[in-house]
Design a protein around this ligand. Sequence first.
Ligand SMILES: Cc1ncc(COP(=O)(O)O)c(C=O)c1O
Length: 391
Amino acid sequence: MKVSKKVAGVEYAIRDIVLAARKVQQKGMKVDYLNIGDPVQYGFQPPDNVKQALIDAINRGENYYSTSEGLVELRDEIAKKENAKGLSICADDVLITNGVSEGLDMVISSIVEEGDEVLLPGPYYPPYASYVRLHGGVPVEFAVDLEHSTPDIEDIRKKITPKTVAICLISPNNPTGVVFNENSLRDLVNIANQNNLYIICDEIYDQIIFDEKFTGIGKVAGDSPVIILNGFSKVHLMSGWRIGYIAFNQSPRLEELRENLPKLARVRIATNLPVQYAALESLRGPQDYISKFVSEIKLRRDLVIKRLNEIPGLSCPNPKGSFYAFPKIEDNRFGTDKEFVTKLLESKGVLTVHGSGFGTQYGSGHFRLVYLPSLDVLDSAMTKIEEFVTQ
Ligand SMILES: Cc1ncc(COP(=O)(O)O)c(C=O)c1O
């Protein structure tokens, strides 16, 4: 029976690679999973007050369809959070989604038509390219200096064509941990404005920052057409509950999009209502669980980056945020980055993701690992990687 070419072409390296790990496990080898960016699978949990808020909502009978745009109290709280980062928005500028993933799909399907080009930071989180392709568009990667955490503005300038409709930013970034500073964000907003592009900015890791203060796009947005994607999967440890949001800057140029995009929210009816109450509690309740989580993973980052840079043949810039390291394979006698990752898995049982899964242009020759497991597991995985690379 027929399957559309669009769907047959969809890939998601982070999860696709798990099939190979299962085979290795079936042969009796223990696998260290350093592939999935989900803190909850590594022992972190939402705090008790947030879990209780979910249970209480269910027991109160809040088990019906919510409004399509989501609970007004939650949207109001989200507007406050975004305003603290520099925007000036209200509940009406926020739409609750089933995670950033659904928000991304809604945004891309609302602005991309056949042949339209969307600029993505290279390397990028794979669903950005998948959704652009699925909706008939063409993802175009721009260069980012991973050492200095800066976008290559000249490269962006060269890659803008009459078909370019948007520039996507992911800061802090998956897979590199790059965080753009205020000057870079200003340059990006300027170039987008000069070319009448939407700016789509994913800030899902906005509080997972280690060394410097975070600057959100809101601080430099002015009245540019900025669409923020954010959610509760990472900072708020609610990955399995599937909740996120789209926030629109109050730009006159967003008027038409804001009229049309919510139709998609209405078609899919609503998001999970009890979870919206839990998300509300996660914003209103004590916030100290976030700083505890971030200081825990900072220790893990420090260990992993030190160990990686001690391995001859690997080099890795210090990630400023999120929970990923993206080492470069300086001398790959194993072939492609995918072969490197597969052989590492088969010989040592360490599961990482090949860099080309995050875009071939800038991701190839690298691999991504998640430093969420415990220090013990990470230390032993680093030893296995060292043995593999130096054997
Ligand atoms: C940059 C980025 N955006 C979005 C997501 C997925 O977000 P959600 O769980 O809200 O769909 C991820 C998950 O890894 C991510 O790294």
